[in-house]
Design a protein around this ligand. Structure first.
Ligand code: TXA
Ligand code: MG
Length: 331
């Protein structure tokens, strides 16, 4: 069922479906989520099975504001409050100590920490405020697949597996998942998943002397599955000229070249490929991010290309999050 948020009675449907312990896909400003009530283990079990996701893989808890979040965490440091004031509502998720009696084990994979996110999308916020309690929402794709950034992609991903409904909130403005941050001490934080808020943006608002650690290699870190965000087609991630040498000219002729920014990989001979795609011809990492999953999905579905050759972009701004996803998509 495709629901239109412009009709209040269609949004009422969402609440009704939640009451039947069934998840609904909702738009966020990052990617579409598969939402279910936090306190309903039956609905959460359906989230895992619809996504074909192993249950040790924890879910992000979505709240309307800090007031809604407060009673679900054990303590909140000054640094966390600074980040919340700067970025909520918006795509910065925070890992905090969970209150065990309020956040089920199933949601955190048994961990003592819960990841909290306060989405900005008006449709998601409307539902949260009417439900008046947190919702879990992983991205609405099958496990290790490409995150959906419009409702039709959600239907393609999860429709065949019994998704009950998706609310059409248009295309996601940002197009990359939220950035996940852990507070390690009063002077150190770690970026566990790079996403729609860049490390530079975070550093800008932190007090002097706080270090931002990124590139966590912990195997259990969020989004740290080696293979993730993957198309069905082979995607080659090219970081240097020699990476291209593994492919023959006749193979390249059947492939799509994907560049993040026009100015990336200026050494590459674009005429070797069947076609080229550039996520931002005006070299904007924000524009590139907003088109990223949509273009990968289209190239994956196209019958014209046998494979995708994606070039690394500069590791700054949203380029860090994009490179991270391209690398995992290539596995
Ligand atoms: O932008 C987003 O964050 C989107 C939208 C729908 O809000 N959601 C999203 O959820 O990306 P998901 O489940 O696709 O990715 C969340 C990542 C996963 O890699 C998960 O392992 C990690 O966050 N995660 C969630 N809770 C965690 C926890 N308590 N401890 C460690 N990792 C956690
Ligand atoms: Mg995901």
């Amino acid at each position: 069922m495709l629901l239109d948020p412009n009709f209040p009675e269609q949004l009422d449907r969402v609440l009704k479906i939640f009451r039947q312990s069934t998840p609904v896909s909702l738009p966020t400003e990052t990617v579409y989520g598969l939402a279910a009530p936090l306190n309903d283990e039956k609905a959460i079990a359906k989230v895992f099975s619809l996504k074909n996701r192993p249950t040790f893989h924890p879910l992000i808890v979505h709240v309307l504001d800090w007031m809604m979040a407060e009673s679900y965490v054990d303590d909140c440091s000054e640094l966390a409050k600074i980040l919340i004031r700067a970025f909520w509502p918006g795509p910065l998720s925070l890992m905090l100590k969970r209150k065990k009696s309020k956040v089920p084990d199933l949601v955190t994979g048994g961990s003592d920490f819960v990841v909290l996110r306060c989405p900005k999308h008006p449709v998601f916020r409307n539902i949260l405020s009417r439900w008046n309690s947190p919702l879990v929402a992983p991205s609405a794709n099958r496990f290790s697949g490409i995150s959906p950034t419009d409702c039709y992609s959600v239907l393609k991903e999860l429709g065949p597996f019994g998704l009950e409904a998706v609310v059409d909130g248009g295309e996601c403005a940002l197009g990359l998942e939220s950035t996940i941050v852990r507070i390690d001490s009063d002077t150190k934080i770690s970026i566990l998943r790079h996403g729609a808020v860049s490390a530079e943006q975070i550093k800008e608002i932190l007090p002097d002397g706080v270090r931002v650690f990124s590139g966590v290699t912990d195997k259990n870190a969020p989004g740290s599955l080696e293979k993730h965000y993957s198309p069905a087609k082979k995607l080659y991630f090219i970081e240097a000229e020699e990476d291209l040498k593994k492919l023959t000219k006749s193979e390249l002729k059947e492939m799509a070249l994907l560049k993040v920014l026009e100015k990336d990989a200026s050494w590459i001979d674009e005429s070797l490929f069947k076609n080229r795609f550039i996520l931002s011809t005006r070299n904007s990492d924000i524009e590139a991010a907003s088109r990223f999953f949509r273009v990968i999905r289209r190239l994956d579905e196209s019958k014209v290309y046998k494979a995708i050759v994606a070039c690394a972009t500069a590791n700054k701004g949203l380029g860090v999050a994009i490179n991270d996803r391209l690398l995992r998509a290539s596995k």
